[in-house]
Design a protein around this ligand. Structure first.
Ligand code: DCP
Ligand code: MG
Length: 371
């Protein structure tokens, strides 16, 4: 055993937006445990506790090597008593009894399954659990009224639960890119979310779309959605893709106006085919397809940098950026703008680098925002 006096404690800055968090994680066992407790808190509508566990996990993710001794954690930010107990338990016993019992609890399992349905949040899931519904079969048998989003979510549950690969994300970028180009040739599209941070899988594919001329993005979203709704097929290298949007989220109209929509789903048939478009017969395209969740956001060019920063994530990194802006700089940051509360004015920026500079932060590139 290492003598405590020989252990050099780690040091990290307290806000996640001051740290470089790559996908490399030397403390996955500990961060998985804390993330599970965070998830359980969030699913139980205890957001404060959820954030506390997320922050603790993010601090451990940022460490340059594995924690082996509690004394290495002395002085680290964001590690509250509860998180420290969990870490200590794992370092001493290999597992945390709280994490294991949470993982095995009927309530947690039911909350995970039910909120895994597109359109079902923790409140609905909680109500169903109180009515004795713990799994999909019980939900189907219960005769509960489901809205359109939930019906589609239930129907495509297995597809949606399966992670989206980078190859699928790139294929979908091809489809959406083609859709954007045909409704607005000058418009630009970028992949945001986890894939922009270098992740190789995701739960959805996030896109941000803008137009170089301010105002020309108006009306783009409804056009894009109608284009996607009409079945399309296209060839990308040797991959034949046929997609059709089978369902748009329940708030479709409102969301289209706000220029942020979640699609469930872009139904993509992906066939590896040497054929060209004219000879591809429907039978070759029906081999396999899956539903994939896609988020589309349209932003005016004047807000593009804020939208890009805001939709790249991670969720905790975003939360910490806003907390830093508010608490340390007296500013309000959103995916639309940065507002200086003292000066009472908006601060313009045309790149992410400028926004970090306005916030007095060192620029952190997307692949180091995996807090
Ligand atoms: N976002 C946010 N707050 C939300 C929702 C989203 O800040 N309530 C931002 C940060 C996210 C990005 O949007 O990183 C995309 O949201 P996702 O839920 O798709 O998150 P990721 O893309 O990071 O995760 P995944 O890889 O699982 O899709
Ligand atoms: Mg995503």
């Amino acid at each position: 055993a290492v003598n405590d006096s020989e252990v050099t404690p780690f040091t990290v800055p307290s806000y996640a937006c001051q740290r470089r968090s790559t996908l490399e994680n030397h403390n996955a066992v500990l961060t998985d445990a804390l993330s599970l407790l965070a998830e359980n808190a969030e699913l139980s509508d205890e957001d404060g506790r959820g954030v506390a566990f997320r922050r603790a996990a993010a601090v451990l993710k940022a460490l340059p090597s594995a924690v082996t001794n509690m004394s290495q954690l002395t002085g680290l930010p964001c590690l509250g008593g509860h998180s420290l107990r969990v870490i200590k338990d794992i370092l001493e016993n290999g597992t945390s009894s709280e994490v294991e019992s949470t993982k095995e609890s009927e309530r947690f399992k039911a909350l995970k399954v039910l909120t895994g349905i597109f359109g079902v949040g923790s409140k609905t899931a909680d109500r169903w659990i109180r009515e004795g519904i713990h799994n999909l079969q019980q939900l189907r048998d219960s005769g509960q009224t489901l809205n359109r989003a939930q019906q589609a979510g239930l129907e495509h549950y297995d597809d949606i639960k399966q992670p989206v690969s980078l190859a699928e994300a790139e294929a979908i970028r091809g489809i959406v890119g083609r859709a954007v180009a045909s409704v607005s040739p000058e418009a630009q599209i970028v992949l945001t979310g986890g894939f922009r941070r270098g992740k190789l899988t995701g739960h959805d594919v996030d896109f941000l779309i803008t137009h170089p001329e301010e105002g020309s993005e108006v009306g783009l979203m409804p056009k894009l959605v109608s284009w996607l709704e009409s079945r399309v097929s296209c060839h990308l290298q040797n991959v034949l893709l046929i997609c059709d949007v089978i369902f748009l989220c329940a708030f479709q109209q409102e969301r289209i106006k706000r220029c942020e929509i979640k699609l469930l789903a872009l139904r993509c048939r992906i066939t590896y085919s040497e054929q060209d478009e004219t000879t591809a017969s429907p039978s070759t395209t029906e081999r396999r397809w899956r539903a994939v969740r896609v988020d589309l956001v349209v932003s005016p060019i004047s807000q593009f940098a804020f939208a890009l920063l805001g939709w790249t994530g991670s969720k905790l990194f975003e939360r910490e950026l806003r907390r830093w802006a508010g608490h340390e700089k007296g500013m309000s940051l959103s995916s639309h703008a940065l507002y200086d509360n003292k000066q009472g004015r908006y601060i313009r920026a045309s790149s992410e680098e400028e926004i970090f500079a306005h916030l007095g932060l060192e620029f952190i590139p997307p692949n180091e925002r995996n807090a």
